[in-house]
Ligand binder design. Structure first.
Ligand code: GGG
Length: 326
């Protein structure tokens, strides 16, 4: 049966790296049907709406979605899209590769980020001129879902170190619940785990990332700690991600629209192509996912490289080299 992939490039370099990943997926000859959807700043300017209903419908009707990058309208685009696939877990691996000048070459981390609540719930108000508030929502159900997913992920992918990130000494009620629930899940399974205050963890990740594996995080902490860890392995151009729901999923690079380099044809497509590999795994094309990862690793090792990795190659050069390796 033909599998339908929704492709939403979004803003900025999303318009460059998403076609690159589609080119790689198409080269596998799996018979995917790619259907494009509009979203983002330009769409909002044209139509008044950053995420048209037709794009939401496309995502729901597809077997999986490949998304590029969100710009100014991120809160109106990527958060509702993650909701559209009912994704409760955002999986963000940060891995160092041979051939890339990484600050910490032994880094092999996977952030399992809660994807539905925390401060990203969108409950903000201006309660008086010059006075604003934000409501942070943490529920036992969502905390249990992400912890179960995180411990399962570690077991299935061979990680023996699991860390629960939190700030329960300050956010006693909300992160108190997150921590207590995640610990319960670890205890029920009888597996070892650590807990870490997220601010101290940020420092430890920079000094000794090799001591960590899977990190289970509340929403904002997962967003920030994964970006921080991109700095350990060579930059945001390398980090893919999966937004996983029970019946659907959306895959996107961790990076945003990078307006400083958009339109120049020099964006690193690696993160989006590796997001494509995660999509392949999700659709049970594990062998092809492995082939894509090997091709990417080969190109990272021997080049060509885009300028973010110290090279002079274009997005198209790197994509062509990966397709050739396939
Ligand atoms: N492809 C990821 C992206 O566009 N990120 C922009 C952004 O603002 N992300 C916020 C988030 O990941 O929650």
């Amino acid at each position: 049966m033909t599998e339908q992939i929704a492709v939403i490039p979004g803003d900025g370099i999303g318009q460059e790296v998403t076609p690159a990943a589609v080119e790689v997926l198409a080269a596998l000859d799996l018979g995917f049907e790619f259907v494009s959807g509009d979203a983002g700043d330009a769409v909002k300017e044209e139509t008044g709406e950053a995420l048209p209903q037709a794009t939401r419908d496309l995502v729901s009707a597809s077997d999986a979605t490949l998304f590029g990058a969100a710009g100014e309208t991120a809160a109106d685009v990527i958060l509702p899209l993650r909701k559209q696939v009912e994704s409760f877990a955002n999986v963000r691996p940060a891995t160092a590769y041979p051939g890339v000048d990484a600050l910490k070459p032994d880094t092999d981390l996977v952030f399992i980020r809660e994807n539905t609540e925390g401060v990203y719930k969108g409950i903000e108000s201006e309660i008086a001129p010059g006075v604003t508030t934000l409501t942070r929502v943490i529920t036992e159900e969502a905390s249990r879902n992400i912890a179960e997913f995180g411990f399962d992920y570690a077991a299935q992918n061979g990680y023996d170190t699991v860390t629960i990130a939190h700030k329960a000494n300050v956010m006693r009620t909300t992160d108190g619940l997150f921590l207590e629930t995640a610990q319960q899940v670890g205890d029920e399974r009888g597996v070892d785990y650590d807990t870490a205050l997220m601010d101290a963890l940020a420092m430890h990740l920079i000094l000794r990332p090799e001591e960590y594996g899977v990190v289970i995080c509340p929403n904002l902490a997962g967003d920030m700690l994964s970006d921080l860890s991109a700095g350990l392995v060579g930059g945001l151009g390398l980090l893919p991600s999966a937004n996983v729901g029970h019946d659907n999923a959306l895959f996107e690079p961790v990076h945003g629209s990078a307006p400083d380099i958009a339109g120049q044809g020099i964006a690193n497509p690696t993160a989006t192509i590796l997001s494509g590999a995660m999509l392949l795994d999700h659709l049970d094309h594990g062998e092809e996912a492995g082939r894509v990862r090997s091709a990417v690793e080969s190109v990272l090792e021997s080049g060509p490289h885009t300028p973010d990795l110290g090279g002079e190659a274009s997005t198209e050069d790197v994509t062509a080299a990966i397709v050739e390796r396939l």
